[in-house]
Each structure stands twice: as structure tokens, then as C-alpha cells.
Design a protein. Structure first.
Length: 131
């Protein structure tokens, strides 16, 4: 399975999943006109990754998800919840999945968004302010 890398645009975030390191990162702004078409390849890739994890539980011992948004719209939020739900499924395989939620120190709304996600997703979350 190959790493997943999607360059950022003015309206879509940078996405990078490095399998060797177990690092999954999404950062930037997410306000695509059609969130489903942007996020569908990510959903599909994660589903393939889930199949790989189901057949080989030792594929990774841990996954670190780093999320750092400057902004995301409501449809992107729904897609993010779907992504986190898929990783929550991987977490049930015994693979340690941890979410680091970065937010600009003055952006309390973004921190609150991360806290809302942490209430519905059952994985460890850390909230990291960025100056």
C-alpha cells in the first residue's frame, strides 16, 4: 500500500499519510465546493488501509493523527467525523490511535470544535495551541 499525499489548494487542506511512520496529517483550510468529491479518495484509501489492518494486526502498533485547521466548513466537519470514525475502527483492532488537535492559540472556536469531536470519537485526543 502506498502513502497518501494530497497537496493543499486555496480551498482544500494538505493531506499526508505516511504508513512507515504511522503518521496521518491534515492541515490547512477545508472549504471545498464539493466536500464529498475531495474527501472520497481519502475515505477509500482509509477503507483499503482498514482491510490491510484487519488482515495484519501487526501492520502498525500506533497511528498519530495530526489535525491542524485554520478553518473548515460544516460539510468538511462531517467528512472529518467520518475519517475519525474510520480510525476509531482501526483503534478497535488494538492499534493505538491518538489524535493531536492543533489550533491557533487565539482561535477558541477551533479548539471547541476539536473538543466536540473528542466527545463522539473514542480515542485519545490532545489539544495543542500554536502561537
Amino acid at each position: 500500500m502506498k502513502d497518501l499525499v494530497i497537496p493543499a489548494t486555496e480551498v482544500t487542506p494538505f493531506v499526508n499519510f505516511n504508513i512507515q511512520k504511522g503518521d496521518f496529517e491534515i492541515m490547512g483550510e477545508s472549504r471545498p465546493e464539493n466536500s464529498a468529491s475531495f474527501f472520497e479518495p481519502i475515505f477509500s484509501w482509509i477503507e483499503d488501509f482498514i482491510i490491510a489492518c484487519e488482515s495484519n494486526h501487526s501492520i502498525l502498533s500506533k497511528i498519530n493523527i495530526r489535525l491542524h485547521f485554520t478553518y473548515f466548513n460544516s460539510t468538511s466537519a462531517k467528512c472529518l467525523l467520518t475519517i475519525l470514525g474510520k480510525f476509531e475502527r482501526i483503534h478497535t483492532f488494538g492499534i493505538g490511535v491518538k489524535v493531536d488537535w492543533y489550533y491557533e492559540q487565539q482561535d477558541i472556536d477551533m479548539r471547541n470544535s476539536g473538543e466536540e469531536f473528542s466527545k463522539v470519537i473514542h480515542m485519545p485526543f490532545s489539544f495543542i495551541p500554536v502561537p
